[in-house]
Design a protein around this ligand. Structure first.
Ligand code: AMP
Length: 178
């Protein structure tokens, strides 16, 4: 599938749900992608093409970052490391707080799974404000690894997530930008 038809098919497949889970949010429901194995394969091939030869580890952000992240890692024959919400991982781990629109949240990562100087791809399904991804990148940097790439299925441009990620000087890829 070429890039244009991939984008067209994804646009026809992903549902936009207005005012979910709260008023004002345009929720992107990506679950119909998993009903279509050929489309899923094409998405993975596109992500793999972006990262091939450029990374040593994939870090996926809970939970939708796992849906594509593991397949990307397997295709590239590199390890996959989970970044989880607070309270789910056994020690040893490190934590990073970040701001949400209202309040704060926290994510965690095990400290015995990535090594110093490894080149890391941080992957999630969607980049909104960038708060979650920035916190994930800090966890990777705190362990002496290199944040080399970010990839997302969807980027919501008006929320300016990319600006929050600029200072990592990593390549950023979004298959769809809204
Ligand atoms: P953020 O930290 O603001 O970049 O939020 C990113 C995380 O929130 C991702 O893991 C997404 O799965 C989820 N998310 C944020 N906004 C949306 C949206 N409009 N539709 C679906 N998921 C969203």
């Amino acid at each position: 599938m070429n890039n244009e038809s991939l984008i067209a098919e994804l646009n026809n497949t992903i549902d936009n749900i207005p005012d979910f889970p709260i008023p004002g949010i345009q929720f992107k429901d990506i679950t119909p992608i998993f009903l279509n194995p050929k489309l899923y394969e094409a998405v993975i091939a596109d992500f793999v093409n972006f990262s091939k030869g450029k990374i040593d580890v994939v870090c996926g952000i809970e939970s939708r970052g796992y849906l594509f992240g593991i397949a990307i890692a397997v295709a590239l024959e590199v390890p996959f490391v989970l970044i989880r919400k607070k309270g789910k991982l056994p020690p040893p781990f490190i934590s990073q707080k970040y701001n949400l629109e209202y309040g704060t949240s926290e994510i965690e990562m095990k400290t015995d799974q990535i090594k110093e100087n490894q080149r890391v791809l941080i992957h999630d399904d969607l980049l909104a404000t960038g708060g979650t991804t920035e916190a994930a990148a800090k966890l990777v940097q705190q362990q002496g690894a290199i944040v080399s790439q970010f990839s997302f299925l969807i980027g919501l441009n008006e929320l300016k997530g990319k600006e929050k990620l600029k200072h990592f000087q990593a390549d950023i890829y979004e298959i769809l930008s809204y």
